[in-house]
Write a protein that binds this ligand. Structure first.
Ligand code: UD2
Length: 313
């Protein structure tokens, strides 16, 4: 049994990770300000080894005391303002959360020589920006276009630098389009599959921006959790960054049809012009992660089916 800190543990990916850690009988401490996450995402695990702190990771003194006191074996940094649009509207505030809070954690671990086994920082495919190269490799040119992407890239580099300079056991991931249970569909910039799911549940109209032929590498959250566990526990994954995806792409139109099939229901779709700055094609090269033994188990059809079934529970 290990002790984990999960920042953003009440959020979409965080709460799925917490569930998996609890099932494996680990002790988990979640720090989340509930700005995007929900307490109800983890409330059922509170009696099974999860401690929840309703705190912001920008409370540096709280985080420092927590790290000194708890002596975590593993630290997973998922806490962030995950909205690109929000980072464009509030660059300074989101910078504090998306970068400085992570730097404070690295620095605390260094300064107080906290003997952690691995620190994983969750970055994003947003760092590739409009680079047209396909598939996106970890060595592809990066082009972070928004404060969100800049902070993700900088935090990723801090994780690696703290590893190389001071010996912290760090690793970083670049998530592609993650979907699955507990993804919050409330913002227009939420993951598109959570928005489609919500429209299907409420019989409301879904708007496709563009012709629906844009491609994405949609990754089911269970595959993401599997990748996180691998990167946390494999000693070869050190001071480096890994794409986390399936390595395959589908079009948005394909995904709408797959969803209709999974829910056995038609969706009311309207087409509007593409969003400014929208990326037409994206998918990942996952060779690096595959060399550690990873493969994605869920195709889009399988993932959507499980997504629909799990939300029926
Ligand atoms: C993802 C990330 C974003 C940033 C970006 C970097 C998510 C949720 N977003 O944006 O944070 O990292 O990658 O490239 O992971 N769409 C519709 N109708 C809707 C909503 C979306 O047609 O109601 C389209 C949207 O215009 C895009 C596609 O669906 O073409 C996927 O949208 P998304 O927001 O889920 O993800 P993406 O790849 O644009």
């Amino acid at each position: 049994m290990d002790k984990y800190l999960v920042t953003g543990g009440a959020g979409f990916i965080g709460s799925n990770l917490v569930e998996s850690l609890v099932l494996q009988k680990n002790e988990v401490i979640v720090v989340d300000d509930l700005s995007m996450g929900k307490y109800s995402n983890i409330s059922e695990f509170i009696d099974s080894g999860v401690t929840f702190y309703h705190k912001s990771i920008t409370d540096f003194s709280f985080m420092q005391e927590l790290l000194k006191k708890e002596k975590f074996n593993y630290i997973v940094l998922l806490g962030a303002v995950a909205s690109v649009a929000d980072s464009v509207a509030r660059p300074l505030e989101t910078h504090e959360i998306n970068l400085e809070a992570n730097l404070n954690i690295f620095e605390t671990v260094r300064k107080f020589e906290i003997p952690v086994k691995k620190i994983l920082f969750a970055s994003s495919a947003a760092v590739y920006g409009n680079n047209p190269e396909l598939p996106k490799k970890e060595t592809s040119v990066i082009d972070p276009l928004t404060p969100y992407a800049v902070d993700k890239f900088a935090s990723e580099r801090y994780a690696i630098s703290y590893g190389k300079l001071y010996g912290l056991p760090t690793v970083a991931t670049r998530f592609f389009n993650v979907y699955g249970p507990k993804q919050n569909p409330e913002s227009p910039y939420s993951g598109v599959l959570s928005i489609i799911h919500n429209c299907l549940l409420n019989d409301s109209k879904f708007t496709v921006f563009g012709d629906g032929e844009q491609t994405r590498d949609f990754t089911y959250v269970k595959d993401v959790i599997k990748a996180l566990m691998l990167l946390l526990h494999d000693e070869r994954a050190l001071h480096d960054v890994y794409n986390v995806a399936t390595g395959k792409w589908t079009t948005l139109n394909d995904d709408i049809h797959a969803f209709e099939k999974a829910m056995d229901k038609k969706i009311d779709v309207e087409y509007l012009p593409a969003r400014t700055g929208d990326i037409k094609e994206s998918y990942a090269d996952i060779t690096k992660l595959s060399l550690l033994g990873y493969h994605a188990e869920f195709s889009i059809n399988e993932g959507l089916r499980e997504y629909v079934e799990s939300e029926d529970d």
